[in-house]
Design a protein around this ligand. Structure first.
Ligand code: ATP
Length: 143
């Protein structure tokens, strides 16, 4: 039987190559909604938003927390270029919990539009990290 087709996924940040593997599929938060990519996908470029990328590799699933960036897809490869990316084992849960609390306080106070948007983005980053690290909470449905 022929091996199942794979697609090369590179997740790149300004600091590092966060992930580079041949995978079965990915699903992640494109700017206009969740997008799934399988091998042989048509070429595309899309902006990405803060959230969790689900990667299936050899039948196993891992989740990568990302912040904003873009994704370029070719039939045999995906380049995901984002400001930050963390694998579950890299995520400092206490730090994310603290960031979530700080953002919540700012959201409660927030009068200024810019500050509110910044706090909302910080909140989403914290939620994405907690979700990717496997912390279950109904509040994460937001992402
Ligand atoms: P914080 O307020 O805790 O710094 P943040 O969302 O403002 O959170 P970012 O600016 O998105 O942080 O990220 C700065 C750097 O720190 C990036 O390299 C990112 O990967 C890393 N980082 C942020 N939060 C965490 C975390 N909880 N666990 C591991 N790495 C993190």
């Amino acid at each position: 039987m022929a091996a199942a087709p794979k697609i090369q996924l590179d997740v790149v940040t300004p600091q590092k190559l966060a992930y580079s593997e041949q995978v079965d599929l990915i699903e992640g938060p494109a700017i206009d909604g969740l997008i799934g990519i399988l091998p042989d996908h048509a070429p595309l470029v899309t902006a990405m938003q803060i959230g969790v990328v689900r990667v299936v590799k050899d039948g196993e699933e891992i989740q990568i927390a990302i912040s904003e960036g873009f994704m370029e897809v070719q039939p045999d490869r995906i380049n995901l270029v984002v400001r930050t990316a963390e694998l579950p084992e890299e995520i400092d849960i206490e730090r994310a919990e603290a960031a979530k609390e700080r953002a919540e306080e700012k959201l409660e106070k927030g009068h200024d539009k810019v500050d509110f948007a910044k706090a909302e983005a910080a909140y989403d980053r914290a939620l994405a990290r907690l979700k990717a690290a496997g912390h279950q909470d109904h509040g994460y449905d937001r992402l």
